[in-house]
Design a protein around this ligand. Structure first.
Ligand code: ZN
Length: 227
């Protein structure tokens, strides 16, 4: 089921208030065109009637995508410092949903991937990875190397934009938006996503594979590495 909320938003550029409709929950099976918008980074884009500024409002939303066995809870990026507590809450929420489900659908719920993401751009990347059938943890593990190689600042995110025949395209996203793009040879990307490499990655950093908040930056934040 999908639910929306109507509420006024203030333009972040000029402060003008205007009405908006934001999703609280979104079922990907029922509304595939919205899933395409999320992947493209166009989901819920607002245009200010006063100054023309365009932005994506940050808010709480649950995306369920049964075909991809994915549940993703999106929260505003400013809540990332509380990630550990929020992650426990997300797990509790999913456990309650699971317990309340009729026996008939339980086998389908079992084995779903539950993700916690902070911000519209993080959700966009998760949807792109799910659509490509890529392992979220393996991609985040690859980012540990790429962040070093491309000297990504500690407050910036690296987001996979897409795959071409010869390259995997990434964006470096800082607090103010996309700073630059970078490309990795497709052969190197595919090697990092090969089953044996994924198993080694899982053994090295299980937190990227087993926890809802699947984000290379948590490995740095939680003392796994020195930057
Ligand atoms: Zn405005």
């Amino acid at each position: 089921m999908s639910r929306v909320q109507h509420r006024p938003l203030d333009c972040p550029a000029c402060g003008a208030e205007h009405p908006a409709t934001l999703f609280i929950s979104l079922n990907a099976r029922r509304l595939p065109h919205h899933v395409a918008e999320i992947a493209a980074g166009d989901f819920e884009v607002q245009t200010c009637a006063g100054c023309g500024h365009r932005w994506q409002p940050e808010h709480r939303m649950l995306l369920s995508w049964p075909e991809r066995r994915l549940w993703a809870v999106m929260l505003p990026p400013d809540q990332r410092p509380r990630a550990a507590a929020l992650e426990r809450a997300v797990l509790d929420l999913m456990r309650r949903e699971f317990d309340a489900a009729p026996d008939l659908v339980k086998p389908r719920l079992d084995g779903n991937e539950t993700l916690l993401v902070f911000g519209q751009q993080a959700l966009a990347e998760r949807v792109r990875l799910a659509a490509l059938g890529l392992d979220h943890g393996a991609v985040e593990h690859l980012k540990l190397d790429l962040r070093d190689r491309w000297a990504v600042a500690s407050e910036a995110d690296l987001r996979l934009l897409g795959l071409d025949d010869d390259a995997a395209r990434f964006a470096v996203v800082g607090p103010a938006g996309v700073e630059r793009t970078a490309a990795l040879d497709r052969s190197a990307f595919d090697a990092a996503l090969a089953p044996a490499a994924v198993e080694r990655a899982r053994a090295a950093h299980p937190i990227l594979f087993d926890a809802p908040w699947c984000d290379a930056r948590r490995v740095f934040a939680e003392g796994g590495l020195a930057r």
